[in-house]
Design a protein around this ligand. Structure first.
Ligand code: UD1
Length: 338
């Protein structure tokens, strides 16, 4: 299939692009590299031993997007492009609504003009908020608690409305839990700019001596060790989930939502221990107050994805830590060194 991947140079996008190429699909990536690097795609092409084209454009630029559709005629779109930092979204909400919501409308309009009727959308478990308790099934109520989460919730609603109005439109919304890990080659991984927002990226930099100490946010949650429980899912498992979703989209129009998680909760302390084992080093940390807005536990009910997609996350937390440590050791400055 010809697949247009927006945000394909990013963390999950690059791993998914590699899986697509490895499975014989043709890929064009649209990415304006605001938080990613073309080097990731050079490495993807090297690993796949196949070319991948990068169009440097913002998905919200209708003319640039139209030109890509006219030339490449994609049969499906996987839409990763978007901003994803919770704190930034509270400071710059309009940027988030423009780049996550308005740009998706431009993308859907362009798809309609070019008769492209399949889309996989990167949503987030953050849409569940604190409206109910883990494990979250797809029919749990949604209640995002910050502008970033609300952009995901709004795009889900837009996609549902668009699918209801056009029976030929085939939509897969994938709600990711906490993506971690790296490609087993050590050549692809997460390359956060500045101070990492997410736990494992921070832990990896502390273990490598790039940051002095880790703060553990909260130790009196109602969880076995008092620290927050999350559902960490290996990025290569996630990437493969997109191919399973693409297969399902071929079965006809409609709007569908699947959780992509491991279904196995791990605490902050368990993550620190697993990474210390994988990297063979000590990881100093301090227990501090809970981070505002955090929930005690967030993990997936994965039965729907198992049943309907035939997909499960089979890579372990230990493997994800080992792969991240390999990536960290081989590319200590991420993609910057080329
Ligand atoms: C965060 C985002 C969420 C996003 C998700 C995936 C917030 C409030 N939520 O979720 O919207 O969808 O990432 O990218 O930012 N932790 C520490 N010390 C740290 C960093 C994290 O103890 O330095 C703890 C957190 O309190 C949490 C766990 O580690 O219990 C995971 O944190 P994080 O990686 O930021 O992910 P989420 O909070 O699940």
């Amino acid at each position: 299939m010809r697949v247009l991947v927006t945000g394909g140079a990013g963390y999950i996008g690059s791993h998914t692009t590699l899986e697509l190429l490895a499975n014989g699909h043709h890929v064009v990536v649209v990415d304006y590299l605001s938080n990613s690097s073309a080097e990731s795609l050079r490495r993807v092409a090297g690993l796949a031993e196949r070319p991948v084209e990068l169009v440097e454009a913002n998905v919200g630029e209708a003319a640039a997007l139209d030109a890509v559709f006219a030339r490449f005629a994609p049969e499906a779109v996987i839409h990763f492009a978007g901003r994803k930092a919770v704190g930034e979204s509270t400071r710059l909400p309009l940027l988030y609504y423009r780049e996550n919501v308005a740009a998706t409308i431009t993308l859907l309009e362009t798809m309609a003009v070019h008769d492209c009727r399949r889309i996989v959308f990167s949503s987030s478990a953050t849409v569940y908020g604190s409206a109910s308790e883990a494990p979250f099934a797809e029919d749990a109520p949604t209640a995002a608690t910050n502008p970033y989460g609300r952009t995901k919730q709004m795009v889900e609603q837009i996609l549902a409305d668009a699918a209801a109005a056009d029976p030929a439109l085939s939509v897969a919304v994938l709600r990711y839990f906490n993506p971690i890990g790296a490609h087993e080659s050590g050549l692809l991984g997460e390359d956060p700019k500045g101070v990492p927002n997410n736990l494992l990226s921070f832990v990896a930099q502390v273990a490598a001596g790039r940051r002095t100490g880790l703060q553990v946010f909260g130790n009196d949650y109602p969880t076995p060790d008092g620290t927050g429980l999350r559902d960490y899912v290996h990025v290569v498992d996630l990437a493969q989930g997109h191919l399973s979703a693409l297969d399902r989209l071929g079965e006809g129009g409609g709007y569908r939502v699947w959780n992509l998680g491991s279904g196995r909760p791990a605490s902050v302390l368990q993550v620190i221990e697993a990474y210390a084992r994988a990297a063979g080093t000590r990881i100093p940390y301090r227990l501090v107050a809970a981070r505002p807005g955090d929930v005690a536990a967030s993990y997936a009910d994965v039965t729907k994805a198992e049943r309907e997609l035939g997909w499960t996350a089979h890579r372990s937390l230990d493997q994800a830590c080992a792969d991240t440590a390999r990536w960290q050791a081989g590319s200590p400055d991420g993609y910057a060194a080329g």
